[in-house]
Write a protein that binds this ligand. Structure first.
Ligand SMILES: Nc1ncnc2c1ncn2[C@@H]1O[C@H](COP(=O)(O)OP(=O)(O)OP(=O)(O)O)[C@@H](O)[C@H]1O
Ligand SMILES: [Mg+2]
Length: 219
């Protein structure tokens, strides 16, 4: 199997004045092509930190990440990654369509699959609120929109941080089905970070992050 993501001996410590938080203590694993890998672990375990390093947003103190053999910061690789952070990054004063325009204008080479996007919006019941500014939506609706924006161009590599947080049971199922389909039909490779075992139910492989170390969980 092709190793799409290679994570080798990652170490990360946050230092704030006299406070030292050692988050990652030598993390290594691979993510194979066209699979879903899920990182599970309690609050504060370092899942978001790990995903941000893999997405190329922050640097590890030691170790390396390779995506298709290159740094995730390489422009040719960055273009292939769809990353949904844990925090809400949508603009209150813009509509969904305006976010889509923003995405197309700021991410070079992106081709949004509009038919796919509008079918997803309908599936999760967001078609009724499309003309509203994001600031007028509920927390769950915002999360669903952020998810749909992330996968709107069917990226080859998708990094999802707490993808089903705030989402109701029915839509959680729908979202996970969509994610699985992106792997099985589109050939995407997906890495999920979550504290919720349900988010890992579609995974080929589950890894538990605890006390700065990772271990394989039987699925
Ligand atoms: N920028 C930062 N500066 C200092 N400490 C940080 C920073 N980001 C995270 N931390 C600390 O690192 C630890 C891991 O945080 P992280 O967000 O990676 O955990 P997590 O597993 O994603 O947790 P959650 O399940 O709550 O999302 C926490 O103790 C947090 O306080
Ligand atoms: Mg987190």
């Amino acid at each position: 199997m092709v190793k799409t993501i290679v994570v080798e001996d990652l170490w990360k410590t946050y230092r704030l004045r006299n406070l030292v938080i050692q988050v990652l203590r030598g993390i290594s694993f691979n993510v194979e092509d066209q699979t879903v890998t899920c990182i599970i672990g309690p609050n504060g375990a370092g899942k978001t930190t790990l995903l941000k390093i893999i997405a190329g947003f922050i640097e590890a103190d030691r170790g390396k990440v390779l995506v298709f053999g290159k740094s995730p910061r390489d422009a040719s690789i960055r273009r292939l990654i769809g990353y949904m952070p844990q925090e809400d990054i949508l603009f209150d004063s813009l509509t969904f369509a305006e976010h889509l325009e923003l995405l197309k204008n700021t991410r070079e080479g992106i081709i949004v699959d509009l038919e796919f996007v509008y079918s997803l919006l309908e599936k999760v019941g967001l078609n009724k609120v499309l003309q509203l500014n994001i600031g007028k939506l509920s927390g769950g609706q915002r999360r669903l929109m952020q998810m749909i924006l992330t996968i709107s161009h069917k990226p080859e590599i998708i990094l999802l941080d707490e993808p089903i947080a705030f989402v109701d049971k029915e839509n959680r199922e729908t979202i996970l089905e969509i994610i699985r389909k992106l792997v099985d039909e589109n050939g995407s490779t997906i890495l999920i970070a979550s504290h919720d075992p349900y988010a890992c139910s579609i995974a080929n492989r589950v890894l538990e992050l605890r006390d700065g170390l990772i271990k394989e969980v039987k699925v």
